[in-house]
Design a protein around this ligand. Sequence first.
Ligand code: PMT
Length: 216
Amino acid sequence: MKILITAGPTREPIDPVRFLTNRSSGKMGYTLAGAFIHEGHSVLLVSGPTHLAVPENVDFIPVETAAEMHEVVSHHIGRMDIAVFAAAVADYTPAKVANQKMKKSGDSLTLELVRTADILGAARQKFDFLGTLVGFAAETENLEENARDKLSRKACDLIIANDVSKPEIGFDSDSNEVLLVYPDRSELLPTASKHEISLQLVDEIIRLHATRSRSS
Ligand code: PMT
């Protein structure tokens, strides 16, 4: 199978030396990429900035901003069988990027932010992606309810939900615990290393793709 995976954070520039970002390390997406390769699939990893080594045999396109990730995904998703969106993409970006380093002035500073493109949301609606679509949901409350909402709004086949309020799982941790949210059911994968979780996710996603292909 041909798999597209997004991973890592995005970096939204404010001026030449500052940016907005988040705590994603890229570990979840990179481990998943390695697990798909291990099972004999081909993987294109589109990643924001991380400190991780790219897993062997993975095709890799580095990006910085949400807009760049949107552009790269729009070019490649059409030839994929499966797309998995593990990246923590900024929802907002500065309205203007200063050309020079911004100087201090006054006691407060207000930054105007504008919405970024919703890449996962665009997969079906704009990119006309027909393959198996898997999103993540990073939640701090109402995990299943919020994930189920994303599943239907973004026309996904599966949402992998993680509770990012728990420091021992989720962002930047070596472990995760995920709730698999399908249209007709949910299933918990209890806390395990991201490596172990990735092996289970590969099995689940490949099984899901096979079921989907049989019924279409
Ligand atoms: O990278 P790690 O440190 O290993 O941490 C892993 C993780 C916590 C980042 C990962 O498991 C995870 O939850 N990734 C999704 C993070 C996220 O931004 O979730 P969200 O609920 O805000 O977004 C929902 C989905 O829409 C995600 O699939 C996201 O990739 C996608 N999205 C969001 C915004 C946007 N503009 N475009 C998108 O494609």
